[in-house]
Design a protein around this ligand. Structure first.
Ligand code: UTP
Length: 286
């Protein structure tokens, strides 16, 4: 964005919200006692990949919307003196370096969502942790990789050009799978091959009713205006408040940009995606 003196001003996004209160029922029985976000791809839990992506985009506050069953997430980002003592001066000493680094440079804040009333409700629950500033959202079960900059970093760059807009990450999915996603309709921005001005969006459409196969995945940059909209967004037929319905209202005002990111997404909330991510990471590392 340009300032009144024509200089480029950079709007820093400091906070990343992690809606992680869901029950993860597709992964039962594994998720009965262990939060879905603590399931590891190789040795690192999904939540840690998410936090590292937010850090790569310059964020320093990790705001977790959690539930009373998810204490393990908080524990993961706190020191564990007994384990640390047991691996000190051994070859394993560095295995906690990344998570300890995240814990020491970031501020972790928590709030509980009492009832599972949908992603929109979870994001609204996070309002006291965010306040009146733009923020990012990561759904850690969507694990994103990229060759160059992280997906969230790419999105924060785009946000600089559209500071009054929310940015949603999208990817093309097979038409037979659109009913699992929020789907957008829009026009490519002038001169762009990967950013759309959204004019409409629909949650989990049937293939016949889907306007496109451009599906929203678990990365967002939201302006604080979203909280006012969410407050008034009615629940859907399942009693859930959908973020897609709230964004639909902003899209009617031209305030939503959809960004086809550079990189790969693994849907680790499904067994198929989780196995694909494990295989891809194993291939790289082992
Ligand atoms: P999902 O539907 O993918 O997660 O919600 P889930 O409900 O935990 O999993 P399944 O479908 O039962 O297997 C997307 C994200 O939104 C969060 C989830 O934790 C997940 O990160 N969420 C969803 C909440 O935090 N609260 C809700 O009420 C609903």
């Amino acid at each position: 964005m340009k300032s009144m003196f024509g200089l480029e001003t950079f709007i820093k996004i400091n906070k990343c919200l992690f809606p992680v209160a869901g029950y993860g029922t597709r992964f039962l029985p594994a998720t009965k006692a262990i939060p879905k976000e603590m399931l590891p791809i190789l040795t690192k839990p999904l939540i840690q990949y998410g936090v590292e992506e937010a850090m790569s985009a310059g964020m320093t506050t990790m705001a977790m919307v959690t539930s009373k069953y998810k204490q393990a997430i908080k524990n993961h980002f706190e020191p564990h003196s007994d384990i640390e003592a047991s691996i000190k001066d051994t070859a394993k000493e560095s295995l906690l370096d990344e998570v300890n680094h995240a814990s020491s440079v970031c501020n972790f804040t928590y709030i509980e969502q009492d009832k599972m009333l949908g992603l929109g409700h979870a994001i609204y629950t996070g309002k006291p942790l965010i306040g009146n500033e733009p923020f990012a959202v990561i759904l850690p079960d969507d694990l994103c990789t990229s060759v160059s900059e992280s997906v969230l970093k790419q999105m924060t760059k785009l946000y600089q050009q559209h500071p009054n807009c929310c940015i949603v990450a999208i990817e093309e999915v097979p038409m037979t799978e659109v009913d699992k996603y929020g789907v957008i309709d829009g026009e490519l921005l002038e001169g762009s091959s990967n950013a759309y001005r959204v004019n409409s969006m629909v949650e989990k459409p049937s293939p016949e009713n889907a306007p496109t196969n451009l599906a929203i995945i678990g990365r967002y940059i939201l302006t604080p205006e979203i909280f006012d909209v969410l407050e008034k967004t009615p629940a859907d037929k399942n009693g859930e408040i959908q973020i897609t319905d709230a964004l639909m209202i902003l899209s009617k005002q031209g305030k939503v940009i959809a960004y086809k990111f550079d990189g790969e997404r693994f849907d680790c909330g499904s067994v198929k995606g989780f196995v694909a991510a494990t295989n891809a990471f194993a291939k790289k590392l082992l």
